[in-house]
Design a protein around this ligand. Sequence first.
Ligand SMILES: Cc1ncc(COP(=O)(O)O)c(C=O)c1O
Length: 469
Amino acid sequence: MHFPAHASWPAAFPRSFRKQYPRAVRGEGAWIHDEHGKRYLDVAGSAAVSFLGHGDRAIARAMAAQLADIEFAHTSQFATAVAEDFARELLEFAGAPFSGGAVYFTSGGSEAVETALKLARQFQAESGHDERYQIVSRHQSYHGATLGAMAVSGNLRRRKPYLPMLREFRHINTPYCYRCAYGCDNCAAAHARELEIAISESDGAAAAFICEPISGATLGAAAPPDGYLQEIRRICDAHGLLWIADEVMTGCGRTGRNFAWEHWKTLPTLSLATPASDKGRATVAPDIIVAGKGLAAGYAPLGAVIASRRVVEAIAVGSGSFIHGLTYNAHPVSVAAGRAVLNRIRELRLVQAADSNNTGSLAAEFAAALRTLRDCDFVGDVRGLGLLWGVEFVADRQSKAPFDPSAGFSARVFEAAQRRGVLVYPMQGCVDGTRGDHLLLAPPAVTLPDEIRDGVAELRRAIQEVQAS
Ligand SMILES: Cc1ncc(COP(=O)(O)O)c(C=O)c1O
């Protein structure tokens, strides 16, 4: 498209030059207000970011206090108390498998994924496995916008223009229960088996496997079948790979657990290879957790790589330094924001509020309200856990046939909902990377039950409006 010479656009590079964005001026709880006084219920939590809601003064105060003490000190020259304290608290929040580990703070999710990939590679090299450098990942996944993160991602649309620039390794399929590739026949083991095959094809070069424990934006809150993550853990152990859990979207309470992998930590293992004495008590914990989004909940740019002791130890007692560095690594004001957010999450018991299995919780109310959407003609599936849900649209519920992508069904629902003052996160491509429309829903855990019910009612009207058009 050629713009005429007199054309102009916003100086702040917009996401789309075809759209006009309302200007956000104020946030309060689950609401964002624009410059014209219209308010929007943030049922998407921006993009699964605002777990704590908007405008929490306690976070502003903590950031201002840090700013008044010291705004920045380079990590090659100084440590800061705030980074050390928050790292300790985060390791504790991540649970016993991360005791004695260490946290590398970044400025967001993509940087944290890049950091985790490099950390996994250096871990292997320092453990005497210089031949291991490949990262096995999954189709229909998203790990970030930078080139390394995009190489391990499987989101077709977001990757397509950059494919010639990506260094790619093996991708395996992601469990997607609504359209199960294995017809739900022993599918947890069958999917995990794909990892074993990819590892053997890598001929000893695989260093790590990365996945989202619950698929986020790309598939719309698709949780794996029970047993899948246990098998992933077993296979990684058996073949000497690290398991990196990308919890940028699912972490920090979003699914009703501190981190989403914990949903499966107490289930019995599937594998016949597991000795009988070990059944039911396998350790499913990842070696590395990547966090972002909800970590500072939108109050500051912040990501984190939470590494277990074994990973850190290899470098600490090996070469002694991780060959990696970011100017804004552990920025004191961002870290202060993250620390204050974690404090508020505890104080307001937001992980409990986000547990959809906890009767009477906000998440349980939300799940119940969303499930009522199943009676809408074009709603094929409503799925999710905690406060992370997906609504998949289909042209035909019987055959599960998706809409033609050019119809832009999910984008039209987004627009109709936005006009009604409700924010949702529309995506396309869940079926095969191109076809398939869905919404991702991830409201703040401070949303009031009435607000959540009204929000879902407005969403129903938006879907019906698009259905009728
Ligand atoms: C699972 C996952 N990983 C990584 C990222 C990248 O994070 P960021 O956009 O903060 O760079 C995202 C962002 O949506 C994500 O959902």
